[in-house]
Design a binder for this molecule. Structure first.
Ligand code: UDP
Length: 326
């Protein structure tokens, strides 16, 4: 298929692009390179443009695409609480421009990168997809707002979509050629590994008074390579005029302290940690039930355990201590 990937030079997008190309699909990456890296994708796939620029989106989509995968978004919970306008502008306004450009260009199918942050503080874990959605941060709210738009556009304009609610993506491509490189980095796994490399001081543990077994937040870590595979299954299953929503996680929760401990084991390095106050917008525990995507699309994770996830991330960080170096 011909696939148009917004944000394809970013962390998750670039892994999906790799898997799409390996599976024989033709890809165009639409990215403004504000957070993505040109080196993360084959040069011939890159089409530089901004999500806010509808004319450029229409130009990019002009060659006839069977499916759009939409990753271009701001994705930091903490920042979204301090700068919500930035999040609404890009994640909602920019995403609506993408839908408008898709209608103009006749592209009718989309896989959307949504988030576990749409649930807020869950009543139960593992969380099924029909759990109420009550985001507690602006990031999650913008993802949920766009999911709602997709539902109405499907009904009115015949759009076909799949929304994938990611839990915590981590890890790197098994050959360690691409991996995670954010600037600034805010995600736990790369921060812990940078500390292992001696590139930062103690890891700050945001909150140790949560109602969880060791007082720190519990998350469900999913390998980015498994996440990427789910996008291909989703793309193949989309039906015109309707949509599906799927969680993507492994169904096991690990606390911040457990992640640090696992990274100490994997790396054999000293990783200091210090308790600091909670980060606004963090729910105590998020763990997925991914039964629906397993049953309906046959998704099976290849790297479900945290140790393997951290091992692949560690290989990337050791081979690329400066990330992409751009
Ligand atoms: N976290 C932390 N210290 C850090 C970064 C993250 O304690 O330097 C915690 C964060 O509060 C959350 C978990 O680690 O409970 C995962 O955070 P991350 O930002 O990686 O992903 P999120 O869950 O926000 O998508």
């Amino acid at each position: 298929m011909n696939v148009f990937v917004t944000g394809g030079a970013g962390y998750i997008g670039s892994h999906v692009v790799r898997r799409l190309i390996e599976a024989g699909h033709r890809v165009r990456v639409y990215d403004n390179l504000s957070e993505g890296h040109a080196a993360a994708v084959p040069a011939e796939t890159l089409f530089v443009g901004d999500l806010m620029d509808e004319d450029r989106l229409v130009e990019g989509l002009a060659d006839g695409f069977d499916c759009v995968m939409h990753f271009a978004a701001h994705c930091y919970v903490g920042e979204s609480m301090e700068a919500p306008e930035k999040y609404y502008r890009n994640n909602v306004v920019g995403s609506l421009r993408l839908l408008s450009a898709m209608r103009k260009a006749g592209a009718g199918r989309i896989v959307f990168s949504s988030s576990a942050a749409t649930y807020g503080e869950p009543d139960e874990v593992p969380i099924p997809e029909d759990h109420p959605t009550r985001p507690i941060n602006a990031y999650g709210q913008t993802k949920l707002d766009f999911e709602h738009a997709l539902r109405y556009y499907a009904g009115a304009y015949g759009l076909g979509y799949v929304a994938l609610r990611y839990f915590n993506a981590a890890g790197a491509a098994p050959d360690a050629h691409i991996g995670e490189d954010h600037d600034p980095e805010t995600h736990l796994v790369p921060i812990v590994l940078e500390a292992a490399l001696g590139r930062r001081d103690a890891v700050k543990i945001f909150g140790s008074d949560y109602p969880t077994p060791d007082g720190t937040c519990v998350r469900d870590y999913i390998h980015v390579w498994d996440l990427a595979q789910a996008h291909i299954l989703a793309m193949e299953a989309i039906e015109t005029g309707s949509g599906r929503t799927y969680n993507l996680g492994n169904g096991s929760g690990y606390s911040v302290r457990e992640v640090i401990e696992t990274a100490r084991r994997v790396t054999g390095r000293k990783i200091s940690a210090v308790d600091v106050p909670r980060r606004p917008g963090d729910p105590p525990a998020l763990v997925a039930s991914s039964r629906r995507i397993a049953q309906e699309l046959g998704w099976t994770p290849e790297f479900p355990d945290l140790q393997t996830i951290i091992e692949t991330a560690w290989r990337w960080h050791q081979a690329h201590p400066d990330g992409y170096g751009d």
